[in-house]
Design a protein. Structure first.
Length: 223
C-alpha cells in the first residue's frame, strides 16, 4: 500500500469514527442522533464513490503505451517554428486511478542548439469535482504546473487550463491552456496555448505535438 493510500485511509477512518461519535451524541440544535450503522454505511458509500474507477479513468487508460511525438513550437506568433521529436511513455498507477507521463526528447535553446528535454506528469480524474487534474514539471524551469479541465461530450477533446503561475522568462504571472484531441485509436494531437505577448490577440498557439502510438493498438492488445 502506498504512503498516500495509508494517509487517506487513516484520514477516512478518523472522519468515520468522529462522525459515528457525533451521530451517537446527536447533532446541533437538538437534532436526533443518527443510527451509527446507517452513518457507517453512508460514509462507506461516499468513500467508495471517491475511489471508484469511472469511465473517465478508463478514458485515460486508453492513453497507456509508448508514443512517438513530432513537436512544433513557436516563440512568437509571427516567427518560424522550431521542430523536434520526443518519446512519451504513459503508465497506470494505483490500479488505474492515476497515470504517469514520462517524456524525453530535444528542444532548441536560444542559440538554436538542440538540448535534452525531460518532462514528468501525473494525470487523474477527481470524482468529487468531476474534473480532470494534472501536474507537470520538466527540466526547462524549476516549477510545477497544475491543470484542471473537462472532456468534451463526444469524448474526443480534453481541455486543461492552469491557474496563473510566474513565468521565469517574463518575470510575471501568466497562464497556459492545453488541448488534447484524439485523431484515431493510435494517434492524438496535443496543443499548447498561452497569452500573445505582442498584444495582437488574446492568445496564440505556442506549440503542438502530433503523437503516434508505437506498435499500434493491435500490438497493445497482444494481437
Amino acid at each position: 500500500m502506498t504512503r498516500t493510500r495509508i494517509v487517506l485511509g487513516m484520514c477516512c477512518l478518523t472522519v468515520l469514527a468522529a462522525g459515528m461519535a457525533i451521530g451517537q451524541q446527536g447533532g446541533k440544535d437538538g437534532m436526533p442522533a443518527m443510527d451509527p450503522a446507517k452513518m457507517k454505511e453512508m460514509m462507506k458509500k461516499q468513500w467508495m464513490e471517491a475511489t471508484e474507477i469511472t469511465p473517465m479513468h478508463k478514458f485515460l487508460a486508453e492513453r497507456v503505451g509508448t508514443w512517438d511525438g513530432e513537436c512544433t513550437f513557436w516563440m512568437d506568433p509571427s516567427g518560424e517554428p522550431d521542430k523536434s521529436t520526443c518519446t512519451t511513455t504513459i503508465t497506470p498507477m494505483m490500479g488505474g486511478m492515476y497515470f504517469k507521463d514520462e517524456t524525453v526528447g530535444t528542444m532548441n535553446d536560444f542559440d538554436k542548439k538542440p538540448m535534452r528535454f525531460e518532462g514528468f506528469g501525473l494525470m487523474g480524474y477527481n470524482n468529487g469535482t468531476k474534473e480532470f487534474e494534472s501536474t507537470w514539471c520538466d527540466n526547462m524551469a524549476s516549477m510545477q504546473l497544475h491543470f484542471k479541465g473537462k472532456l468534451s461530450d463526444d469524448k474526443k477533446t480534453l481541455t486543461l487550463e492552469t491557474g496563473t503561475y510566474v513565468c521565469p522568462m517574463m518575470g510575471g504571472e501568466t497562464w497556459m491552456r492545453e488541448v488534447e484531441t484524439i485523431t484515431g485509436p493510435d494517434s492524438f494531437t496535443l496543443e499548447f496555448y498561452g497569452p500573445d505577448m505582442t498584444g495582437k490577440s488574446k492568445e496564440f498557439k505556442a506549440g503542438e505535438i502530433k503523437y503516434t502510438r508505437k506498435g499500434g493498438m493491435m500490438k497493445k492488445m497482444g494481437r
